[in-house]
Design a protein around this ligand. Sequence first.
Ligand code: ZN
Length: 622
Amino acid sequence: MKKILYLFALTLLANSCKISQQPGSTQEPTIATLDLVNVKDDKVMVTVYPGEIKTETIVFFIPKTVPGTYSTSNFGAYAENLKAYDYKGNELPVTAYDENSWSIANATRLDKVTYWMNDTFDVPGEGGIYSMAGTNINKDKNFLLNLHGFVGYFNDLTEEPYQLEIIRSNDLYAGSALNITKSSEFSAGTTKDIFRVNRYFEVTDNPIMYAAPDTVSFKVDKMDVLLHVYSPSQKFSAQDFKPAMEKMITAQKDFLGDIDNTNKYAILLYLSATPGEGDAANFGALEHHTSTVVVMPEQMGQEALNKSLTDIVSHEFFHILTPLGVHSKEVHYFDYNDPQMSRHLWLYEGVTEYFANLFQVNQGLITNQDFYDRMQEKIMVSKNFDDTMSFTEMSQNILEDEYKNSYYNVYQKGALIGMALDIRLKELSNGEMGLLDLMKQLTQMYGKNKPFEDEDLFPVITELTYPEIGEFFNTYVSGNTPIPYDEFFEKVGLEMREGELPVDYFLQDPSTPYITVNEAGEIILRDDLSLSTFFEELGLMAGDRIKAINGKSYNVQNIYDLIGDSANWSVGDPISLTIERNGEELKIKGNVVEPMSTGKRLVEIMNPTDEQMELRHSWLKS
Ligand SMILES: [Zn+2]
């Protein structure tokens, strides 16, 4: 679990949130066609028919930013050779305003806009776009259609219906939460799938993954869950993940009680074969109303993958609470090309991430101590960021250069804000009301179709709860005061105590690796940290050069492989290492032992008071 978190810490895990609105009018739909059969130079031809245009000029947009990513993506930069045609097939004048928008003259005669769309996975660095928001074109094998990366919109027509027409070869299957309205033969061996949605937002809110049919579905209460998997080497199938996903979502529904509000959920899992070498390299998931796109390395072992998927997919599923159920106007009326950001990332991402951990201890999927270890780790990682930065200010400015690197902290300190708020609420209400109860109240007040005013949220919550909660927000969330975690832990009978604590094979904590590299690119055991039991038992020493493990050579080029491969080790497994010490090559054989280190660990105090015990129980188990 920690190994996987390390991968995420390195590569930045992105998640997301999106919101639905009312259905559009009965106006003729904008039709967008994607031809997945005639792929040319790894590009897909997209054609968009807007219907009748009544203005002399019109602007066509492809999103600059999409909800939930909190970063600038510029999907328009991947469109090539954009052309506009009139009804007679003559070209109309097009002026590019910037990477993501084009002005079209003589628009009353406009029939269609066409362009070749490139994908993001095989662009160097993926163009800075998170893989889970990105796109993949792999002819005859996989098309990951995060549709904001393919289909654009015309100004003033975003609230009108859309019809998607996708032409594909017969052996590809469309995994999506969206129902196919109609599917019919297009030509020999090819099929046209038609999907209808009420407005542009729903186009972007419903990713589709075309791949060989590898799906499972199951029911949790009244909800249908679809799992669609693309494993390029066929190492995994959807069936492999079904037990873990079913167990997780069942536990989430039990935790939520009567609050959930979707009857369909699709998990689209893309496994990357060669991360960073022409394939997706950042791992995590992007959230949508009734689905999520998950990108993970195919190289991971089954058990490690199940564990990560539990953490990641549960986070995405909890976005049903917020921002789906509760969000501000900035989120509700999202502008894809000029977004205004809300100040409440602590809520949308932080509380979501907190619940994704809390439900696991609440429902017995992890132990109390596992949960404490996770919170402690979040504290440690959050200390790499400016702890005095106002969280609301950071959130409002998250697209600005000065703030954008703080984004990862929404999963760390954001979750810790949720934890501290939960403990405080339980304390003030004598265990009667916690953060989940507050979320239920807010869901009733607002809900998915009624946004709140961004600046009103803290006063509203204070009104619903206690004046002390208003102080909490002013001090620790909008204010600049770091959260005194020890004070909150003391309330529930926890303390930081010196002792043994579990670490990762190659990491003392997510920001402190045991290994470093020298100028020759060799991997070296650091000499400024005391080594864990894993290294001690194998007889390794500070300064040793690690050349190979279990017959596989490692260096700076494939250091990610080392972390990824170690995720598949189990305690007791035989292990062999080739190391170099003082210029001499040594072969070492032994067994994998649980890596432990000495240090401070968040643990339960020896003699808690009744009050502490009750508050702790109410916090974790009620
Ligand atoms: Zn998220």
